[in-house]
Design a protein around this ligand. Structure first.
Ligand code: TDO
Length: 181
């Protein structure tokens, strides 16, 4: 497993070691000991989620507030997505900055997004199965979000806006400035 820190402190791209043979492939999709050692974390994941989406589906940008904040380890099982993590830690040097990483069934890369980030992704392939671990439980009352096309964040989602499929809830999300400035 290889780990690279992104320009956002504490946010890592993880490249698992893939073992290919005549039967197919094998890899450790998560190994707590190796993960904690290489990322300098002590994360205790408590919830696993999976979602299925078609091309153009954009989910996000989501976070949970205060004690309910979640670190996430995200990956793609089928298809490909552009995954985006936005630093919303107000005391961070990179507050308001984001990383966008392509996660695909072929590259098998994972993104570790620490607490204090907003997260979203858009599906680039026909279909995608997205899978992630969270270190805190889902809490409906603590849900927060930022509108995907926020003027200050300037995220390039790669697809035309008219091709995006977004939930009503996500279309009503507020701006970065309204939340934090
Ligand atoms: C996220 C979540 C949703 N739900 C329910 C609530 C709702 O009825 C249904 C769909 O929820 P949502 O529309 O919020 O699903 P979705 O838009 O896929 O939400 C997810 O988006 C990505 C980007 C994230 O980062 C995740 O943390 C999560 O916020 O599933 C749970 O029961 N547990 C959960 O952990």
């Amino acid at each position: 497993m290889m780990v690279r820190e992104t320009k956002l402190k504490g946010c890592y791209i993880i490249e698992p070691k893939i073992f290919n043979d005549s039967r197919g492939y094998f890899f450790e999709s998560f190994n707590q000991k190796t993960f904690n050692e290489l990322t300098n974390q002590n994360v205790n994941f408590v919830q696993d989620n999976e979602s299925f989406s078609s091309r153009g589906v954009l989910r996000g940008l989501h976070f949970q507030t205060r004690d309910h904040a979640q670190a996430k380890l995200v990956r793609v099982i089928k298809g490909s997505v552009l995954d985006v993590a936005v630093d919303i830690r107000i005391d961070s040097e990179t507050f308001g900055e984001h990383v966008a990483v392509e996660l695909t069934e072929d590259n098998k890369h994972q993104l570790f997004i620490p607490r204090g980030f907003a997260h979203g992704f858009v599906v680039l392939s026909d279909k995608a199965i997205f899978s992630y671990k969270c270190d805190n439980f889902y809490n409906k009352e603590a849900e927060g979000g930022i509108i995907f096309n926020d003027q200050d964040l300037q995220i390039d989602w790669r697809l035309q806006e008219e091709d995006l499929i977004i939930s009503e809830k996500d279309m009503e999300l507020t701006t970065f400035k309204e939340l934090f400035i």
